[in-house]
Ligand binder design. Sequence first.
Ligand code: ADP
Ligand code: ASP
Ligand code: MG
Length: 406
Amino acid sequence: MSLIVAKFGGSSVASIDKIKHIAGRIKGMRDKGDDIVVVVSAMGDTTDELIELASLTGHDLCKREMDMLLATGEQQSAALLALTLNNFACSSISLTGWQAGIKSDDSHSKARITGIETGRIKNELKQGNVVIIAGFQGLSPQGDITTLGRGGSDTTAVALAACLDALRCMIFTDVEGVFTADPRIVKEAKKLPQISYEEMLEMASLGAGVLQPRAAEFAMLYNVDVEVLSSFSHNPGTIITEVANMENHRAVSGIAHDLNCARFALFDVPDQPGIAKTLFKTLAAENINVDIIIQSAMRDGRNDIAFTIEEKELSRAIPVVEGLVKKICASGMTYGNDVAKVSIVGAGMQSNIGVAAAMFEALADEGINIHMISTSEIRVSCVIDECHIKAAIKALHRKFELDKIE
Ligand code: ADP
Ligand code: ASP
Ligand code: MG
């Protein structure tokens, strides 16, 4: 008998009919004799609706109280699924994150799981129950409810699979697996039969919303076999695992994109030691995460510095950067949220020459200007105008012949 962790996302539990559908599926898995731990997200758009509701109370949204509110979404779906399973004569119990022993740090709204006390879960499994756990939530050292950031139920599931030594973590969602690009944008996108931990981590971090980046990180760290698959079909999904022979690996496995980008450019910055430190230490102290940074060549003792941040931080960052422009005696600045990032990801890039050049050529052929470039061993990212993002993704998908992946 094996232990399987199965996570069902918001669209898979969006209505009672859908909950009944997945309950049938879970019962089928249980009837095969495996122990099943289920993790659920909130129903449909519940989390967004709760955020909207909270915004009606005023501007000041205390993060602790927001976590109290948002955690209720997952509790509803967990209890509804347990009620349904029990009505299907499949014995089950629902647990909140803290009842399930999920400990986190205290950074409300983006808490990290620090450990899981699995005693209660193991006990419930021993009693013959399917254990249904509310995803996306933990308990801080102060005893407060935390949430794990948007998409955090993925991380709950992978962390549970790691701590319970599960055979596999199955992430059931509204697409059939991890595709070569977001299938909602590229009709020709192909499902990848498997993808390496490294590639999945890059894809997720670069905007492929199908898995929370921290879930990919956990999977890699603890060697959890993850399968991403559809709640609505029985086709095999994508296996995320160690890929043995990187040498023969394709140069590009997928395209990711991120619309959540904003840009700053600072002009005529004095070219002297300590300026970059002042700039980026100040932003870090304000908890503003900087992504890509470029500095132009020096002319007349001055240069330009440009960088990107998350779009949702833009209004908070503007006064901070304005202050910095004065402090470092730059001549001025511009900013905007009219940019997006498109990235190619592939473990085989390391052993293939000319991959970045092919990316730039594909964008040039579409008349798309590149504002910034950043690279790692297995990815190349370009910041471009947001209005060109769909054309860019499609052009890159064609260029690297991703529709031909088997
Ligand atoms: P869930 O509610 O099940 O967690 P999400 O909406 O968080 O589902 O994630 C699934 C969505 O991720 C898909 O509907 C798809 O539009 C999007 N997505 C983005 N990039 C990819 C990709 N490369 N492969 C598959 N899906 C992707
Ligand atoms: N309900 C949360 C969200 O919408 C967590 C999740 O779905 O994983 O982000
Ligand atoms: Mg998700």
